[in-house]
Design a protein around this ligand. Sequence first.
Ligand SMILES: *Cc1c(COP(=O)(O)O)cnc(C)c1O
Length: 385
Amino acid sequence: MKIESLLVHGGIDGDEFTGAVNVPIYQTSTYKQAGLGDYKYEYSRTGNPTREALEKTIATLENGVGGLAFGSGMAAITAVLSLFKSGDKIIIPNNLYGGTFRVVDKVFKNFNINYEIVDISRLSEVREVLEDNKNNTPIKAILIETPTNPLMDITDIEEVSILAKEFGALTVVDNTFMSPYLQRPLDFGADVVVHSATKYLGGHSNVVAGLIVVNDQELLEKLHFIQNSTGGVLGPFDSFILLQGIKTLGVRLDRHNENASKIAEFLLNSNYVSKIYYPGLKDSKGYEIQKKQASGFGGMISFVVADNVDYKKFVKSLKLITLAESLGGVESLICHPATMTHAAIPYEIRQKVGIVDNLLRLSVGIENVDDLIDDLNNAFKESLM
Ligand SMILES: *Cc1c(COP(=O)(O)O)cnc(C)c1O
């Protein structure tokens, strides 16, 4: 089956007991046992049929052997980081989701799990760090975001996976920005895929959730053990909401892709921005790699407003586009990374990598694109200095 059909019918197709076309919300914490050891489910932290339907669905979509659902993207990332032990070291990208940096830097570092910051879009830099650490503290994992949040750097998943294997490290890809509709990292050799399902997979800004998919049974069992032991599971109702969102992922993303490319073109031809970060620009650094590993450019665009635009006034002047954290919903959202999503990253690092104060990140929704362009255009005009 092709992905469009898997989105609707993948995983568990309906309810085996009633024939309901949707898997019901099994809102229960525990299950009656016929006798000692005679049961299908024992307790909903360990397993729940609604959550399991979601876990099967995401595993099917990402071409993995199994999936796991968590109460947030951060809970999923925390579970992956819980694979490591004191003394281990991992590689993280030099621009990534602020919350991921925070949990690595402020939580796991306390447990002596250390990190190196690398520009992962440069393979030679990745190799250098792997070599440098080889004899003392070999790198245990490379975390990739591609595109990165918020600067849209593209990393060649296949090349990094080959390099990671050479050094015995796991390749972990945060696939939030692309979703399995556009990019399936396990097909390119990655070991673990994580999602903030809060974003495109849910798609309606109505649920916070995280997912993991792996392509190795042993790794799946390790992560399921961590999920059950640490307990950050997704509830049945939220699992149901997410299953519903996933069914329309394809049609939504087709529109996100289309709208974003038109808005990128508008921004490119306007005098209001000085820099655009969008992987669909033909002369952008990662364009060819993006075309190789993904079937679209996604709905995210970051841009630096020109010196003659007051960015604070601009975000206030927008009428249709909402100033808010998060992304990937049907409605267009704009955010100011320096004070919102990426405030956890120290000022010096932000400046160094390009998360400057007049950088804005736009999550292009599925509204009529002319309305969105009008909104941007009017707000720019109102905020000229
Ligand atoms: C939002 C986000 C996360 C965190 O997910 P939550 O569901 O908010 O916990 C992780 N990675 C990326 C790329 C994100 O955009």
